[in-house]
Design a binder for this molecule. Structure first.
Ligand code: CP3
Length: 348
C-alpha cells in the first residue's frame, strides 16, 4: 500500500474532516494490560524493556491490530521516557506506577535538565516506528506517534510520580514564573522535536497527550501553559501530518486547547460530544468520547452508550471514535471487539 492509498484510509480522511465509508475507531492505550498477549510478554520483560527494544515495541503495537478491526495503530511507548533523556531517573514500580527518583524541585535542577535531540535519547521509539510502518503498510493502516504535553510532563518531573493535587508542580508554576518558564521552555523544545522526529520516522499522525491539564484554571492554562503547548505543536507542524490534541477535564478551557493548536481535538466523557463540537467549531475534527468504564457494562448498555456518542456526532465528517481516556486493565476483550464492529456497522 503506498502513501496515496493510505491517505484514503478512513482514519486519515476523518483527520482531514472528509467523509468516510464508516466512522474510524482506535482506543487510547489500546496495547496494554487488558490484553492477555501483552501480559504474557510482561512475564518476561519490564515495560521499559518492551519500549526500548524496537522489535518488541513493534510486536506490542501490532497486538491490538491483530485482535480487533481497529482503524489506526499507536506506537507502543510511554510519555515518560523523554524525561530520562533530560536527566531524570525513571522507574515503573509494580503497584505504584511511575517513579522519578530525582524530581525537579530547585533552580539548579531545572538548569541541569538536558535537551538532547530525540535521535540520541529516543532512537528506540524511532526505530520501532520504522518497523511498525513496514507491517502496517501491508494492511493499509496508519500509525500514530505521540508525546506527553509540556504541562503533563512537568507534572511528573516535579511531583516525581503520579499525583492527585499537583502541589509541587502548581506551586512552582505560581510562585516562580521565571523558573517555570525555564522548565517549560525545555520541555516544549523536547516535546516538539520528539513529535517531529516520529513523523520523520514514519508516523502519519501525531497525538499530544495533556492528560492532567484539567487540573488548571483556564487563566493559568492561558498564561502559563498554553504558550508552551503552542510552541511544541508549532515545531511538530513542520512535519505536515495531522495532530491530535488531547486533554481530560477540559470543559473550562476547550476553546483554549483548540487555540493552542491541533487538527483534531480529543475530549473526554465529561462533556457531550455535540456540545464540545459546537464549542470547537467546524475548523477542527473531534476525537472521543466514550467513558472507558462503559466497556465493563453488559453489552446492551455498552451498545446504547456507544450509539449515543455516534448519534451526537450525527454522521458529520471529522469524527474519530475513541474513549474519553485510556482503556483500563481488565477490560473484557470481547467487548472491545463488539464495540469496534458496532461503530463500523452502525455508521456504514
Ligand atoms: O496507546 C497505546 O497503546 C500506546 C502505549 C501507551 C502507554 N502509555 C503504554 C503503557 C501510551 C499512549 C501511554 C501514554 C501515557 N503514559 C499517558 C497518557 C495517557 C493517559 O492515560 O493519560 C500517561 C499519563 C502515562 C504515564 C504512565 N505510564 C502511567 C501513569 C503508568 C502506570 C499506570 C498505568 O496506567 O499502568 C504507565 C505505564 C504504562 N504505559 C503501561 C502501558 C501499557 C502499563 C505498564 C505495565 O505493563 O505494567
Amino acid at each position: 500500500m503506498n502513501q496515496s492509498d493510505l491517505d484514503k484510509s478512513r482514519f486519515m480522511r476523518a483527520c482531514r474532516r472528509q467523509p468516510t465509508d464508516a466512522t474510524p475507531i482506535w482506543l487510547m492505550r489500546q496495547a496494554g494490560r487488558y490484553m492477555s498477549e501483552y501480559r504474557k510478554l510482561r512475564e518476561s520483560y519490564g515495560i521499559l524493556d518492551l519500549i526500548k527494544t524496537p522489535e518488541l515495541a513493534c510486536e506490542v503495537t501490532m497486538q491490538p491490530i491483530n485482535a480487533f478491526d481497529l482503524d489506526a495503530a499507536i506506537i507502543f511507548a510511554d510519555i515518560l521516557p523523554p524525561l530520562e533523556g533530560m536527566g531524570l531517573s525513571l522507574e515503573f514500580v509494580k503497584g505504584e506506577g511511575p517513579v522519578i527518583h530525582n524530581p525537579v524541585r530547585t533552580p539548579a535542577d531545572i538548569d541541569a535538565l538536558r535537551t538532547p535531540p530525540p535521535e540520541e535519547s529516543l532512537s528506540f521509539t524511532l526505530e520501532a516506528i520504522k518497523l511498525a510502518r513496514r507491517e502496517l503498510d501491508n494492511r493499509g493502516l496508519p500509525l500514530i506517534g505521540f508525546s506527553g504535553a509540556p504541562f503533563t510532563l512537568a507534572a511528573y518531573a516535579v511531583e516525581g510520580g503520579s499525583s492527585r493535587n499537583f502541589r509541587y508542580a502548581k506551586s512552582l508554576m505560581m510562585a516562580d514564573p521565571v523558573q517555570w518558564d525555564g522548565l517549560m521552555a525545555k520541555l516544549s523544545h523536547v516535546v516538539g522535536h520528539y513529535l517531529l522526529a516520529q513523523a520523520q520516522a514514519g508516523a502519519q499522525v501525531l497525538q499530544l497527550f495533556d492528560s492532567w491539564v484539567g487540573a488548571l484554571s483556564p487563566e493559568d492554562y492561558r498564561r502559563l501553559v498554553m504558550p508552551y503547548s503552542q510552541k511544541a505543536i508549532e515545531i511538530a507542524r513542520a512535519a505536515g501530518v495531522p495532530i491530535i490534541h488531547f486533554g481530560t477535564n477540559t470543559n473550562g478551557m476547550l476553546e483554549l486547547i483548540r487555540d493552542a493548536g491541533g487538527d483534531i481535538i480529543g475530549v473526554d466523557w465529561r462533556i457531550d460530544l455535540d456540545v464540545a463540537w459546537e464549542r470547537l467549531g467546524d475548523e477542527v475534527a473531534i476525537q472521543g468520547n466514550l467513558d472507558p468504564i462503559a466497556l465493563f457494562a453488559p453489552w446492551p448498555e455498552l451498545r446504547q452508550r456507544a450509539q449515543a456518542v455516534l448519534d451526537q456526532a450525527g454522521g458529520r465528517p471529522g469524527h474519530i471514535f475513541n474513549l474519553g481516556h485510556g482503556i483500563l486493565p481488565k477490560t473484557p476483550g470481547d467487548h472491545v471487539r463488539r464495540l469496534v464492529d458496532f461503530v463500523h456497522e452502525y455508521t456504514a
